[in-house]
Design a protein around this ligand. Structure first.
Ligand code: ATP
Length: 636
């Protein structure tokens, strides 16, 4: 066990973001002598370990004995870090049924000599959730039989030496104490599968250690963007920073001159009839939204935030962003309320609710093509403004149909800015170790590398466009095999111009062929795996409006420095997996990852190489030109 082992494990840490969780996993390594899972075998000095967090995701459905497993997990780690009390572990339930545990350690306590767990990287193909939990559960147990089986199934070369790696290659923490997150190990969801060897690693003659060492080093990035990547809430809060200030006082100071009202809790309680269920209009991951009537007769939506570790941060960010942005396609924040433990946000009420509900009504969607097109153009405008048009460019990070609200006239407004971030001024992207967002909408470079810029939203918007076109959800487990992941299913169809298969049957063929054509092209350009070829929002907007010349020029321009893109693409190849892996999808999460994986590996995967997707800008231009030359050019 070397210091490097530990660092690598920690580098793989990711923070959770609300109910949409991503994480990485670790497993305990076998003892060098016995080959059995063990902890605390070696001593090492870890003075350079940054503040870090380690996450383990547990599968759904949760195990009956999960309490035991959580307890054991904590104590196993506690035992390892004998001088390092494990901070209270945190359990969270997600709306998608996944359950997660986060264990935090602090840098200060980790300094000095401590017993290191023999944590080893878990390869992408290892069956993580159950096996990790099991291993952690069984650390104190004398019965290692099942654990042995798990380990015996692990590739023997996975414990190859790291001698060739020097300290200089080790990652460095960012100033704010976090080592940026690492790619999600996206092939780890085969809970019900028999434990098998890490197939693709073996196939590629690559040990886990080698594989890990090939991953790009995130701690070596230049300092400007590490500074830029600081949490907005931290940034906002440092403006006040008076010790002992309550949230209410903080908010009062921070948003003193902002155009929004500080409401009294009592007034909002009255407005919503004491938050009666009759007034409940929506529920998010961390909130409930109620319709309310203010005393002046104004109808509002009152969002009551639940308490969670991120809720204060999101509350502050939401106010910060919303009060700084003014656009007809962005929801207006009217005010807020912070009183005792209550955190509420008051918005203009949008009577037609969210786009997701409108698209996927049980009785079928009533949204005409005209409305769908209008919605798309509206949100494209909002994002264009957010990315380039406002005083300080920002990225939303959670673009999805449930965050698109509709007015009485079916004008669309982008809502929910709790995860938004200001874009960096000195760097082309932010590095986020809190990969948040929603499965099915996550851009590959964000999902894999935590890299965020405006193209993150462009990808998600592309998924929204596909939903508008097809009437299909981003992840739909009720669909036949191969059709569960919308991006994966639609991409070859877009390439094959199979418009009849793509278009939502609920439209009954009633749509403007030109607009449809434009939307298909826009969607195609949005879901490009390469951020360089993924178009800017301004160009997507032109395409949706039918400015064809502008649309064509989209394809011959580069939007990003080559460095950003090539780094992504190159790294992504390390994560390529087998076509076979699509055969045994078990969970919603696996499906979501599958889509991203395709994006991330499209330049090398068997799956997509067989698809006629242009690989150069020139080819792409010709490809699109061919389509523009016909009126309904996407027709079969
Ligand atoms: N201004 C509004 N007018 C009408 N309905 C609203 C409004 N704001 C929110 N809602 C409804 O409440 C739902 C949840 O709101 P919102 O997405 O803001 O919550 P959230 O906790 O941030 O959710 P998530 O994190 O899952 O996106 C929306 O999908 C929508 O149906």
């Amino acid at each position: 066990m070397t210091k490097l082992d530990m660092i690598k494990v920690f580098r793989r840490s990711m923070r959770f973001g609300r109910h949409k969780k991503l994480g990485s996993s670790v497993r305990l390594d076998e003892s060098e002598e016995t080959g059995k899972p063990t902890v605390g075998k070696l001593q090492t000095s870890c003075s350079d370990i940054p503040h870090y967090q380690q996450s383990v995701i547990f599968s759904s459905p949760p195990c009956a004995d999960r309490d035991l497993s959580f307890g054991s997990c904590s104590s196993a780690l506690q035992e390892d870090f004998s001088n390092t009390p494990v901070l209270p572990s945190e359990r969270r339930n997600s709306t998608s049924g996944f359950e997660a545990l986060r264990i935090s350690f602090s840098k200060r306590r980790a300094q000095g000599t401590l017993k290191a767990a023999q944590l080893k990287l878990c390869a992408a193909e290892a069956e993580v959730e159950r096996s990790d939990m099991f291993l952690l559960q069984n650390q104190d147990s004398t019965d290692m039989t099942k654990s042995d089986n798990l380990y015996n199934s692990y590739p023997q070369d996975s414990v190859e030496s790291e001698q060739s790696v020097t300290d200089s290659e080790m990652p460095r923490a960012s100033e704010d104490g976090f080592v940026p997150g690492w790619p999600l190990l996206h092939q780890t969801m085969g809970f019900e599968k028999k434990i098998k060897p890490a197939v693709s690693i073996i196939d590629r003659d690559l040990s886990v250690v080698k594989w890990a060492l090939q991953l790009p080093k995130r701690g070596h990035d230049p300092s400007p963007f590490l500074k830029e990547s600081r949490d907005e809430a931290l940034e906002i809060r440092t403006q006040v920073m008076a010790p002992g200030l309550s949230l209410a006082q903080e908010v009062g100071c921070l948003f003193l001159n902002r155009p929004c009202t500080a409401f009294a809790y009592e007034d909002l309680e009255t407005a919503t009839s004491r938050f009666s269920q009759d007034n409940l209009v929506g529920r998010g991951g961390g909130s409930e939204v109620f319709r309310g009537n203010l005393q002046d007769g104004k109808v509002v939506a009152v969002k009551r935030l639940n308490h969670g570790p991120q809720s204060e941060v999101e509350f502050l960010i939401d106010i910060e962003m919303n009060t700084a942005l003014t656009h007809p396609n962005i929801i207006s924040l009217i005010g807020y309320c912070v009183e005792s433990s209550h955190m509420l946000l008051v918005y203009e009420y949008l009577p037609e609710g969210n786009l997701e509900d409108q698209l996927y009504r049980k009785e079928g969607s009533m949204l005409s093509w005209e409305v769908r097109h209008k919605v798309a153009v509206g949100i494209a405008k909002a994002l264009d403004y957010l990315h380039k048009g406002c005083a300080r460019p920002a990225v939303h990070r959670d673009v999805k149909t449930s965050n698109i609200l509709l007015t009485a006239n079916f004008e669309s407004q982008l809502s929910d800015f709790g995860l938004a971030k200001w874009l960096p001024t000195k760097a082309s992207y932010l590095l986020c170790n809190d990969v948040v967002g929603t499965f099915g909408y996550l851009a590959p470079e964000y999902f894999m590398y935590g890299r965020v810029n405006e193209k993150t939203d462009v990808f998600a918007f592309g998924v929204v466009l596909l939903e508008l076109i097809t009437g299909r959800k981003p992840i739909d487990t009720t669909r036949p095999k191969g059709e569960e992941n919308l991006v994966k299913w639609a991409r070859p169809l877009l390439s094959d111009r199979a418009v009849n298969r793509l278009v939502d049957p609920q439209l009954q063929g009633v749509y403007d062929a030109g607009q449809m054509n434009n939307m298909l092209i826009a969607a195609f350009l949005c879901i490009q795996q390469s951020t360089q070829r993924r178009a800017q929002m301004s160009r997507i907007l032109h395409i949706l409006r039918g400015d064809h010349d502008e649309a064509l020029s989209t394809c011959s321009r580069s939007d990003e420095p080559e460095e950003f893109d090539s780094a992504c693409d190159g790294g992504a190849q390390d994560y390529s997996t087998h076509e076979d892996s699509t055969n045994d999808i078990r969970s919603h999460l696996a499906l979501a990852m599958m889509g991203v994986e395709d994006d991330a590996t499209s330049q090398c995967s068997v799956d997509l190489s067989s698809v006629d997707i242009p690989h150069s800008n020139k080819e792409l231009e010709e490809y699109l030109e061919g389509r523009f030359s016909r009126s309904a050019s996407f027709e079969d």
